[in-house]
Design a protein around this ligand. Structure first.
Ligand code: KIV
Ligand code: NA
Length: 275
């Protein structure tokens, strides 16, 4: 039996082979990606994708723990990384440590991810020195939507330098990888060359050391909006709605359930009884 990949394994993939990742929030989805992804991210996108929240700001520790524990039950090989929700780490390194330790203890995650660059470097260093692998997340950081003023491309023009400074700061602080969200492709390539930890792109560049997408986005389940950086590898949302519509019309026409899906008075003689 294969053992799960570690933060060190992910870090060592830089310059060797592209790192593959998707988000997951449930056991069955985690099972589907375990053999195909190097790490699975329990993203705080769960709030928007599965709970109908308007942003990630309302996501709680309890939601992350519930979904994280479910994902962990579906993984054997892939590493599990879990997002720290808004408000659980920004106040102080001590606050971050307490909540990161709780997330890991109660879910089995092997690392946490948190948003922020230069301003979070001290916190990242504090966690890493105390045994918690940290994945950083810079560029578009959705928990800062209210100060960023929208989900726009980050790091263009004069904003390139600060983004590079963020990448250097988190790498220097000991992060084992850094997510680059919604930044120009050439800047993502530049950052990938500058830092010695893997860059994980989402809306960044194929030149990043790895890629991550929100699974419901790439499967076509989440239709509320579709960022340019999402490629739809399937259209499962429309397929699911078609199935639901078929079921509804068969129920209304009394076509479902048919004999195949109902039970006779007496058990059949030969075939083993099925419930
Ligand atoms: O929450 C999330 O899904 C994420 C990825 C988009 C990187 O943070
Ligand atoms: Na996130």
């Amino acid at each position: 039996q294969k053992t799960a990949l570690t933060a060190e394994d992910i870090r060592a993939m830089k310059g060797r082979t592209p790192i593959v990742s998707l988000t997951a929030y449930t056991t069955p989805m985690a099972q589907l990606m375990d053999e195909h992804c190097d790490f699975v991210l329990v993203g705080d996108s769960v709030g928007m994708v599965l709970h109908g929240l308007p942003s990630t700001l309302g996501v709680t520790m309890e939601m992350m723990i519930l979904h994280g524990a479910a994902v962990a039950r579906g993984l054997k090989r892939a590493m599990m990384v879990i997002d720290m929700p808004f408000g659980s780490y920004e106040q102080s390194p001590a606050q971050a440590f307490a909540n990161a330790a709780r997330l890991m203890a109660e879910t089995g995650a092997a690392a946490v991810k948190l948003e922020g660059g230069v301003e979070m470097a001290d916190t990242i260093r504090f966690l890493v020195k105390r045994g918690i692998p940290v994945m950083a997340h810079i560029g578009l950081t959705p928990q800062s939507i209210n100060t960023l003023g929208g989900y726009k491309v980050q790091g263009r023009d004069a904003a390139a330098k600060p983004l590079i400074a963020d990448a250097r700061a988190v790498a220097e602080a000991g992060a084992f990888a850094v997510v680059l969200e919604k930044v120009p492709a050439s800047l993502a390539d530049q950052v990938t060359e500058i830092v010695d930890i893997p860059t994980i792109g989402i809306g960044a560049s194929a030149g990043c050391d790895g890629q991550v997408l929100v699974v419901d986005d790439m499967l076509g389940f989440f239709g509320a909006f579709k960022p340019k950086f999402v490629k739809r590898y399937a259209e499962l949302g429309p397929a699911a709605e078609e199935a639901i519509a078929d079921y509804a019309s068969e129920v209304r026409a009394r076509l479902f359930p048919s004999a195949e899906h109902t039970f006779a008075d007496h058990a059949p003689q030969k075939a083993p009884q099925q419930d």
